[in-house]
Design a protein around this ligand. Sequence first.
Ligand code: NAP
Length: 218
Amino acid sequence: MRRVVGLVGGTGALGRGLARRLSLAGHRVLIGSRDLVRAEESAESLGDGVSGVTNQGACDADLVLVAVPWSGHDATVSSLRGDLDGRIVVDCVNPLGFDERGPFALSVDAGSATQSAQQLLPDSVVVGAFHHVSAEVLASDDALFSDVLVVGDDTDAVESVIDLVGTIAGLRGVYAGRLRNAGQVEALTANLIAINRRYRVRSGVRIAGLESLSDTDH
Ligand SMILES: NC(=O)c1ccc[n+]([C@@H]2O[C@H](COP(=O)([O-])OP(=O)(O)OC[C@H]3O[C@@H](n4cnc5c(N)ncnc54)[C@H](OP(=O)(O)O)[C@@H]3O)[C@@H](O)[C@H]2O)c1
């Protein structure tokens, strides 16, 4: 089904990569930004089906993805609370730090960025997804072949996100537990970045054991 997908922080690497693949999948995409001109410029380079709007404008969508750095996550989400009421919010944010020893997961009071968003948005349904897809791969012409771990407490919202993921060629949405499990999913990104640095690759995740499931089972 063709959906309207909003991207808060959509001018960034992940937002633009997702916008590209989502528009190729036939969805209408709203690239949100704190700066309307920046959003419009980003959207223009991505072609038909992608519009540039404010972050507030990006909330007027069937699903709203949050793709800002962790440092701006809570303030951004809080500022959009009214606009996000009643919406499905998909948190893609990885709270990570980097030092001379490499990437590491930050400790988050709420347990994870996704849980923090749900606390700050009590009238929205928050789901976590897209933490492990490489923005670089999304922006390239390379074929995708990876799973997107989807965490959430609301079954219908989780299914909507799994459906959306499945419309992107080469991606498969996999339910990975409730919101309380979002922390491990976000933290795993530190391991993937370490893998990327060590082996000079753009890694993702693919869950073993799901091969016998049909596309509609997961
Ligand atoms: N890059 C990846 O491969 C990847 C993959 C999976 C998940 N993620 C996660 O997705 C999120 C976005 O990653 P990214 O690489 O796209 O980040 P990014 O390019 O650094 O930032 C994304 C956008 O967020 C906005 N932004 C920057 N600082 C902000 C602040 N303090 N408050 C509000 N908005 C701010 C900017 O848009 P405007 O200036 O236009 O408002 C920027 O273009 C991160 O949390 C990351 O962990 C990234």
